[in-house]
Write a protein that binds this ligand. Sequence first.
Ligand code: ADP
Length: 550
Amino acid sequence: MKRSGAAAARAHILRGAHEPGELHRLLVDRVQDYAIFAIDPQGYILSWNAGAKRLKGYTADEAKGKHFSMFYLPEALEAGTPVRELETAISTGRSEDEGWRVRKDGSTFWASVLITALIDDQGQLLGFAKVTRDLTERRAAEVAVRHSEERIRLLIDSVTDHAIFMLDRTGHITTWNTGAQRIKGYTADEIVGRHFSTFYTEEDQADGKPARALGIAESTGRYEEEGWRVRKDGARFWANVLISPIREADGQVVGFAKVTRDLTERHAAQERALEDARHIAAQDAARAAAEQRAAEMQEMTERLHAQTTELARRSEEAEKANRAKSEFLAAMSHELRTPLNAIGGYTQLLQLGIGGPMSPEQTEHLERIQRSQRHLLGIINDILNFSRVEAGQVAYELGAVEANEVMEAVAPMVALQAEAKRITLEVAECSEPLVATADRAKVEQVLLNLLSNAVKFTPEDGQIELTCGRTDDHVWISVRDTGIGIPSEQLETIFAPFVQVGRSLASPKEGAGLGLAISRNLTRAMHGDLTLESREGIGSTFTITLPRAR
Ligand code: ADP
């Protein structure tokens, strides 16, 4: 039967290793990863294994007999390290050390060195066993980790706009960076060891928020929040907070990393932006409302303008029509007067008997013709007068007009007619000279019209009274009669042209119904007025008011 290679090697070793000492020698000799060698009590190398050769570069022949201090750097030699290590090994049994050692080629390696003092049963020092391992790679890795840790620490520390720090399991602060100091105001000395709830507001503390935050971070892997936090000086700031749990390999939470940002500015900016947005919205609404109102106003203005234009157009039309009417009346009455005057002239010729003698009957007829002619001429004159006043063709010569003088001048003109009806005509003496500013002839015309009416519409044995007076600004003259009066519903209409009480086409009264219309027009044109008080069956009082002269 053929045996496998490995089994053959095993058999060879077992065959060669007849005794334990031989086995140990082989073991030591063949180990490659450890330099294992013996030195005498003075430090000279006695033995040398394969690992030693591999590690230090010397063959056994080169190394044996040499002093072991040749593996140390000059600084270590100067500091007496090799001697001290042996002393330590002698006094304590062993000496352990890590440090730089030198190879044959002059290169260095990081060595872990264990020196064991070899003492026999009698307590005699036989030498030392030295086991050296090359930990250069492991050390490099450690250094790299340390460097990277250091870099991270420096990085974290250099961050100024984030507070980055660690908490232990219970929330006590263990590290502190520059940003934390800047944002929260505490130095590391002041805050490390204190509980992180210090940063919360009193309300949040009372509410148990800090503990809840850690609980959530632990159970969900993170806790993030924005809210008010408190600085060392008590001022509040708007913080964005992120808490992450830190776990061991077995998942056990050993602490927390906390990153806090100060968003006060951003928060304020957001609030401002929000406020601005609200403001703009309000302004927009107000503007829209204002525009709406403006549009309505504009529309109203346009409507008003259209109405005004329409009104102006109509009033102009009315004006035109009125002018045309006045012009017609003026032209017509003027044309009528010429033949009427001719009638008057020829009846007078007949009366004078120029065309031969007249019988009494003819004379009587002639008189009737004459009365009618005069009556008609009166009406025509009234119409002409009225149309002139209406058309504004009348000129006013304003001056001082004394009330009593006018009354004294006009009263006699109706005296005969009054006497014929046994009407008493009283003219009161004014208590003081009352002077109005007016056109005297026009005032007399108006007063004459009022007095004639009073006589006309007052039955026999009645009374007519002329009185005068003044207010601060006006002078007035009243004509009061005990006549038939005017029905209350006609007190105003009676001043309109062609209006007469009880007038109908079947029973035209004397006159044209123009006297009062003309009179009121004249007084008003002189900045005065003509008013009336009357009771049917009792009498009427017409009052002329004129501006008082100063
Ligand atoms: P006329 O006298 O030519 O008719 P007026 O304008 O002077 O025109 O008067 C209009 C009408 O007013 C008269 O017809 C009459 O009916 C009424 N009137 C005027 N004065 C008086 C008065 N003193 N008493 C009663 N009625 C009067």
